[in-house]
Design a protein around this ligand. Structure first.
Ligand SMILES: Cc1ncc(COP(=O)(O)O)c(C=O)c1O
Length: 345
């Protein structure tokens, strides 16, 4: 049985076109800067985001870490959302490897950090204090519901950052979902950012890889640090070839993932026992809870859904996150709704 995998958009497998491009990719040693396919991907990424340069990195986590290491010195402080991936789900890399201290600020329900909260968190000049160096935003904000941050909000934070001598980094693992959902260009979303990381390996369906984008100077330093972390890759054009297909063919179709998430949500809302978060979904993620009268918990429901061909992830004991992506078609949407109806009957 073909499984419908809603655990994440990271489960997307490379498309047949990607596999063909990977097989034919022209390659060289990228540590020498000799891999033409990787160089092309990096140029494309920089152009699409409207920045000077880009660097291919193995993962989003490494991209974010490199950015923090470039922007900060040991002992510096970074303002991050308390529900951000960087703060919660990157193994404490900034502290362990960079000696950088996170300063968590509450994420509002719409994924934003309140301007006043940020302002209150910026350290004053005092011999006792660490130096605040950087603000990080996450777009789309995963844990707040996959919500997109707007260009206007990002501009405000950029102005606030630069006025206070801080840099702005965007964890844009799903920045293209944010752009497509708001019908704005990705450039517009990242204009105020000094650096941006985005993932090829999520909704854009590449097997591996993320891009770090910023000024030429920033990328030269990030490239050096990537080598230090063991991320200097050789004939990596094999992977970059898939990334090029991601950028050429997989961005506009994210709209289909959002439409299918909405269709799935419409069906799930009708099922007794499920309560979707207000406004969910904003992009390709549905967050929902089980009502108190449901006897099963999320783990038990996950087990019951498996033989019906649906793979799910629990976000908590009675909470799910369902993620749509290019391997979830219209038929799959209906099957998921039917499977939930059967299990909760
Ligand atoms: C918002 C966000 N940022 C960063 C990452 C890290 O990406 P990777 O899994 O490639 O390290 C993820 C991964 O799920 C994510 O959701």
């Amino acid at each position: 049985m073909e499984l419908i995998d809603l655990r994440s958009d990271t489960v997307t497998k490379p498309t047949p076109e990607m596999r063909e491009a990977m097989a034919k990719a022209e390659v060289g040693d990228d540590v020498y800067g000799d891999d033409p396919t990787t160089n092309r991907l990096q140029e494309m990424a920089a152009n699409i985001l409207g920045k000077e340069a880009a660097l291919f990195v193995p993962s989003g986590t490494m991209g974010n870490l490199l950015s923090l290491l470039v922007h900060c010195q040991r002992g510096d402080e970074v303002i991050v959302g308390d529900k951000s991936h960087i703060y919660l789900n990157e193994a404490g890399g900034m502290s362990a490897l960079g000696g950088i201290q996170p300063c968590p600020v509450r994420n509002q329900r719409d994924g934003t950090l309140a301007l006043n909260d940020i302002l209150a968190s910026i350290r004053t000049e005092d011999v006792h204090h660490p130096i605040t160096r950087l603000i990080c935003l996450e777009n789309t904000q995963n844990i707040c519901g996959g919500v997109p941050l707007t260009p206007a909000y990002t501009r405000e934070i950029g102005e606030l950052a630069h006025k206070n001598n801080l840099s702005l980094h965007i964890d844009g693992a799903r920045i293209f979902n944010a752009a497509v959902a708001q019908n704005v260009s990705v450039k517009e979303l990242v204009v105020p950012a000094d650096s941006v990381m985005f993932c090829l390996s999520k909704g854009l369906a590449s097997p591996i890889g993320s891009m770090l984008v910023g000024s030429k100077k920033f990328i030269v330093r990030a490239r050096h640090l990537r080598k230090m972390l063991g991320g200097g890759m050789r004939q990596v054009g094999i992977l970059a070839a898939a990334g090029i297909i991601s950028l050429e063919n997989m961005i506009e179709r994210l709209d289909d993932d959002h439409a299918r998430a909405r269709k799935m949500a419409d069906g799930l809302k009708q099922i007794k026992g499920l309560v979707l978060d207000a406004g969910s979904p904003s992009t390709n993620m549905i967050y929902m809870n089980l009502t108190e009268d449901v006897k099963l918990d999320a783990a038990q429901i996950i087990e019951k859904m498996k033989p019906l061909g649906v793979l799910l992830d629990a976000d908590d004991v009675r909470r799910f996150r369902l993620v749509t992506h290019c391997w979830v078609d219209d038929m799959a949407v209906q099957k998921v709704i039917n499977a939930f109806r059967e299990v909760l009957a």
